[in-house]
Design a protein. Sequence first.
Length: 447
Amino acid sequence: MVETHGGGPGDGAAEVLDRPLPDGVRRRVVQIVSDGFGSLTLGELPAQLRQYARFAPNRRVKFAGNAMAAAVETDPLFRQRIGEKFRDAQPELADALDAGSALPAADPLDVAAAAYVLRPHGWVKLVTAAGEEAQRADAERADEESRAELERLHEELSRAREHTRAETERLRGELDAAKRETESLHRKLRSALSDVKRGEAALRKVQAELDAVRAEGQTQMSAAESETRRLKARLGEAEAGLEATRRAAREGRSVEDMRVRLLLDTLLDATQGLRRELALPPVSVRPAETVDAVEPGRMTPKDIANRALSENDPAILDQLLALPQAHLVVDGYNVTKTGYPQMPLEKQRLRLLGQLSQLAAQTGAEMTCVFDGAELVAPVLLAPPRGVRVLFSKPGVTADELIRQLVRAEPPGRPVIVVSTDREVADGVARAGARPVASVVLLKRLS
């Protein structure tokens, strides 16, 4: 359809294309514009195309194709300049379009694109015909391609059918073979299951026998371990006895001599102390004067009984320590936890040992302070004070047992005073011949 907007006959500028420009014609138009684009000056180009002036033809077609097509459509002056460049390039085709005919050998798309740029009379019909011809050619080409594709698909389908038929026959053969193999495997599986059941029964029997053997072996092992422990204990006792025998053999009579000498010194000091205490005249005493009686002006037995001290009187400790060769053994933690339990153990030990050092300096008695080593997490770095022996019990030995060992080590007759509130310790040392004293008595004496 052609619309006419004024103008005389033969003027194609008044004609308007009422449908979109066919794609093939549009590509040829863009190519014509690109070919004439390079010979125009920058001032002859529309403003929107000047930025593409330095582009190569191929890049110009790629990036400025839409802009060039729009400029040809909307800018008559630019279209006229492109048309002039086209006339210079292809004068025969331009003259034929001006005469209202076309070259017989020319491509319809080229004729339509040239008519679109030059706008001769009847150019819309040429563009429309070219578009229809291009569509017809495209349709015929698509039809040919479709027929070729259909034939190719038919051939592929035939080959696929043949392949499927052959594959089906092969798979049927394999399926039959698999069925036969499966039946054989089923028979083998049933036989294997029977063997497994027989094996499980045999395994359960063997397991039961193994459990019985293990139980018997465990019993025998326990008995052997018990016997081993008993033999080790006896061996330890034998080794301890042997070591004691060897030590006694090495020391000879040194221990007994020391015990006898210490006892003799104790008796001598006791005798001298008794002599000083009684202040007996060496010659004036007569046997008759030893008879217990009350003389006029003398103390009565009741007065003598009143001189006895209380068990909680700290003066009794001074009397005991005044005995010759007295040995004071102190249950350390029993005393400190009775007197000042809120203090840390280290400060408890330091406070008690400092007070015992002063007491040793005052009385001259031998003093031994015993602490329980079970409460220690590390060796104690402690310098014993002057006059006080400090001992810690070994692992597995309590302080109470160490105190009893110290008492048993003393010779009979030597005055040994044990300070402890523990009733078991007090009774034990009392049976061994020592004198027990409560911890509160020592605390009162020290304070």
